[in-house]
Ligand binder design. Structure first.
Ligand code: TYM
Length: 339
């Protein structure tokens, strides 16, 4: 089904709050690998329209968008190799989202766990945008006819919905127009957990700053957070089976494996038998060695906001060469006069 489509990767990150280690290991690092593999065209996006589904202070949003752009580049996204964009600068995302609002069913969106989590008890007071969020996400992906979407585990349900929307559109209009996109949820860090509670996802919205590593944390702060991370009293096992029921230990091993580009088994073969008092400094050293060049480069780029804006403006022009014809064809299929 997807054979006729150009192999193309799309993924996005919200510019709300700062980047966390979960974003880096679960998404950004893998975006760079897919870019460098060269087997796909790659399009990466700051999703500012998604961010405003909950309240954002305007000045903070603008700064977070530029900081996220700096984070992409500092992590290794090359704006010549990849198309790097800010969502609101490519209007076809929002235009296709409207069509998808009319394809997606209320029942489908009602089942989205992220909406339930974010809306909380006070659903009546959630924005309409928060409810329609997954239809915009489907539009982000399908306006490029993207075939592959690298994400962390928490986005899986949204990607299933994207497939449902593509299939329903194709079926309703009797076309084979949108690809049925493949989620790419791979590696040791598809679900990085809180450092304070191994049953909770590491998240920028967690009230405790100790629960996460931020990409802008200082070297000392990173080391301190890892030293204080919650663990159990046992030594590390030598095989993955020994991590069962040990959420905090698993999380730290997964983080190590993702940073070191090793399998969990290979890490355990090295560190099995060690106490956390010995393992945590190893992990802290590795994390600092990998993250501090990125945060230094982010800070340098943030001193040149005009350069960032120019990169995003160029990205938008390149993106629209893909998105404008796909929107036009969509409108023609739907029957819009003048498309
Ligand atoms: P967002 O901004 O919450 O997160 C961006 C990416 O980071 C991943 N991630 C994690 N991975 C592992 N462990 C964690 N603790 C962790 N926290 C976050 C997310 O899975 C995601 O891949 N709805 C999306 C943004 C989006 C999008 C898209 C993604 C909008 N349109 C189109 C892909 C394709 C979101 O809120 O991601």
């Amino acid at each position: 089904m997807t054979a006729k489509f150009t192999p193309r990767v799309f993924s996005g990150i919200q510019p709300s709050g700062g980047l966390t280690l979960g974003n880096y290991l679960g998404a950004m690092k893998r975006f760079v690998q897919m870019q460098d593999a060269g087997s796909h065209e790659t399009v990466y996006c700051m999703v500012d329209l998604h961010a405003i589904t909950v309240w954002q202070d305007p000045a903070t949003l603008a700064r977070a968008t530029r900081e996220l752009c700096a984070g992409f580049i500092a992590s290794g996204i090359d704006p010549e190799k990849s198309i790097l964009i800010n969502q609101s600068q490519v209007p076809e995302h929002a235009q296709l989202a409207w069509v998808f609002n009319c394809v997606a069913r209320m029942g489908w969106l009602n089942r989205m766990t992220q909406f339930k989590d974010k809306a909380g008890k006070n659903r009546e007071n959630a924005s309409v945008g928060l409810f329609a969020y997954p239809a915009l996400m489907a539009a982000d992906i399908l306006i490029y006819h993207a075939t592959h979407v690298p994400v962390g585990e928490d986005q899986k349900q949204h990607l299933e919905l994207t497939r449902d929307i593509a299939a329903k559109f194709n079926n309703d209009f009797g076309v084979d127009f949108f690809p049925i996109t493949e989620p790419v949820i791979e590696g040791a860090a598809t679900r990085v957990m809180s450092l304070r509670d191994g049953s909770k996802k590491m998240s920028k919205s967690d009230p405790s700053d100790q629960s996460r590593i931020n990409m802008t944390d200082s070297t000392d702060m990173i080391a301190q957070k890892i030293r204080k991370a919650r663990t159990d009293p046992d030594a590390l096992p030598s095989e993955a089976k020994g991590l069962e029921g040990r959420a905090e230990a698993s999380n730290l091993i997964n983080i190590y494996a993702a940073f070191a580009d090793m399998s969990v088994d290979a890490v355990l073969a090295e560190v099995g038998g060690k106490q956390f008092s010995e393992f945590k400094p190893m992990l802290a050293d590795l994390a600092v060695a990998k993250l501090s060049p990125i945060s230094t480069e982010m800070a340098r780029l943030m001193e040149q906001p005009d350069e960032i804006d120019a990169i995003l403006a160029r990205g938008a022009v390149r993106a629209r060469e893909i998105t404008a014809p796909i929107l036009k064809q969509t409108y023609e299929i739907v029957g819009m006069v003048g498309a």
